[in-house]
Design a binder for this molecule. Structure first.
Ligand code: G4P
Length: 534
């Protein structure tokens, strides 16, 4: 296979959803079809153990939520599939936003009974801002659900995007018995679930004139289906590959991840329609997958993936060129050369060393603390610098200090490493060495920070909540003495030692801006590439 063919067969995507819509279940099923896991009855196993292959942190297993994002790779139907798992919990949305920087498309899972939910809406916005093609999987049709036309309207009203159903649920009043594939004009009927989704459903397939299908369908259901299909053909949007590729139309699929119903056809159609690796806009212009020189950017750092080894892994998305084990690259942010000698690919806790990888692939590189999220590595003669790496607004703040001053060293190391991972934002106070101010999107992030400091660094910490919910940076970083109206603000310093104003609420943050009309206040630190020669 030529290098170009290798690139073209890559599909790198993320699955996004509101918690409980079925993202983990769908991921598992895709892995099963891809032969990446062989857990017969994995659903049942999860039921008792609450274990998903992409969860490796103890806290995730305990809580049954997916906290960290992982990368899963398998081959299917000639494609090399890279699934970037994302945390479902809203408190970890920042991690998800960064992961979405590394994909070429996204699958949005929606619960048929609930439609578009809050977290789906937020994640969708990130994808649509970047023009990422979005594929919709309406899950749980083995259960009672909403009317599919209402779901289409929901997607259009809430997300502002047109949808094109590739298949259509068969049933009346939210009780579904199968799906109709609009392209092949075939109905697939499942038998009613009596095992609460614990086993794969038996399926009967055929055209709408096939006696085997007609005999299984209530005449009212069959008539309703025909009406729906006629309406869709007449009034619905036709499938438009160009619009789908630009995120202006979402191909919509119905199915049930838990019972495997509709999952395989979805995977096959998705791989056919989803885009291969796309170019990236960088400071220097555009970097294209077919550019011969190697470049990659770090979108995630994970410390202590294997607690026995205390290692730190930087996950990189390859943008251009071919990666070969041991390659020497330029780290743009420090200007230093580094050798990527032990690159890994991951399937939960299993690791394999990568000999060769192509644009679209994700590799994990052991790092000694040099790399940060948003950093780029490239060949010396082909400088590539990432721009627009998102930093989510912190909404909660707390003072963090070690219980015992004897553990100060471990405390500093732990907080430093977890901050570099992007797990939390850390601010300092002038003349205070023993404690930090930490900022997060939500409470769970604080709990994970506390847990990880205790379990990975052996430090018990005290965390005192602070009464602030908004943070502002002043453009140009004028001295805080020149800013008026800061009586209710706490002034802390970010890692670049720029002053940050923490305020009790958005109203007071706006008021601060009004009191200082000559200063422009920002919701996040000004974008910096960290490259000294720009
Ligand atoms: P998430 O990652 O999006 O948070 O969702 P997850 O896959 O964990 O699924 C949430 C719940 O929905 C789980 O039930 C899961 O079994 C169930 N589920 C997923 N897909 C389907 C489906 O197609 N049909 C039906 N009926 N249920 C589905 P749970 O009771 O919370 O957990 P468990 O005890 O089943 O593991």
């Amino acid at each position: 296979m030529t290098d170009l063919e290798e690139i073209q067969r890559r599909r790198t995507f993320a699955i996004i959803s509101h918690p409980d819509a079925g993202k983990t279940t769908l991921t598992e099923k895709l892995l099963l079809y891809g032969g990446a896991i062989h857990l017969a009855g994995s659903v049942k196993a999860r039921k008792t153990a609450r274990y998903a292959v992409s969860d490796w942190m103890e806290i995730e297993k305990q809580r049954g939520i997916s906290v960290t994002s992982s990368v899963l790779q398998f081959d299917y139907g000639g494609c090399r599939v890279n699934i970037l798992d994302t945390p479902g919990h809203a408190d970890f949305s920042e991690d998800t936003y960064r992961t979405l920087m590394a994909v070429d498309s996204a699958v949005m899972v929606i619960d048929v009974a609930k439609g578009v939910e809050a977290q789906t809406k937020k994640l969708f916005k990130v994808c649509s801002d970047r023009g990422i093609p979005i594929f919709t999987f309406v899950n749980k049709i083995d259960h009672f659900g909403k009317n599919p036309f209402d779901l289409m309207a929901d997607i259009e009203d809430v997300l502002g995007i047109r949808s094109c159903p590739m298949n259509w649920p068969i049933g009346l009043n939210g009780n579904y018995t199968g799906i109709y594939d609009r392209e092949t004009e075939t109905a697939h009927l499942f038998t009613r679930d009596t095992a609460h989704g614990a086993k794969k459903l038996d399926v009967v397939s055929g055209s709408l004139s096939d006696p085997a299908i007609i005999s299984r369908l209530d005449p009212e259901v069959l008539a309703g289906l025909k009406d729906d299909l006629a309406l869709l053909d007449e009034a619905g949007d036709p499938f438009d590959a160009e619009k789908a590729a630009h995120g202006q139309l979402t191909p919509m699929f119905f199915g049930s991840a838990m019972t495997n119903f509709g999952v395989q056809p979805f995977l096959e159609k998705f791989l056919q329609l989803a885009p291969p690796p796309q170019g990236r806009t960088v400071l220097e212009g555009q970097v294209l997958p077919e550019d011969p020189s190697f470049s990659a950017f770090v979108f995630k750092i994970q410390a202590n993936m294997d607690p026995k080894h205390h290692d730190r892994v930087a996950f990189m998305r390859i943008c251009s060129g071919i990666f070969e084990k041991g390659i020497s690259v330029l780290h743009r942010q420090t200007g230093r050369m580094m050798r990527l000698s032990q690159p890994q690919q991951f399937l939960a806790t299993e690791r394999t060393v990568v000999e060769k990888a192509y644009p679209g692939d994700i590799i994990g590189v052991f790092d000694t603390g040099e790399l940060g999220v948003g950093d780029t590595v490239c060949k010396k003669k082909f400088p590539v610098t990432c721009v627009h790496f998102p930093v989510g607004p912190n909404r909660m703040f707390a003072r963090l200090s070690p219980m015992s001053s004897m553990k100060r060293k471990q405390f500093l190391r732990g907080v430093g490493q977890l901050a570099q991972e992007g797990a939390i934002q850390v601010y300092t106070l002038p003349y205070v060495m023993e404690s930090f101010i930490v900022g997060a999107v939500g409470q769970l992030q604080f709990e994970v920070l506390k847990y990880r400091l205790e379990n990975e660094y052996g430090v018990d910490v005290r965390m005192e909540p602070l009464p602030y919910t908004a943070a502002r940076w002043a453009r140009g970083n004028p001295s805080p003495d020149s800013i008026t109206g800061t009586d209710n603000a706490m002034i802390v310093y970010d890692r670049k030692e720029h002053p940050v104003y923490l305020l009790p609420n958005e109203w007071q943050a706006d008021w601060l801006a009004k009191r200082n009309p000559a200063v422009s206040f920002l919701l996040s630190p000004p974008q910096e590439t960290g490259v000294s020669d720009q």
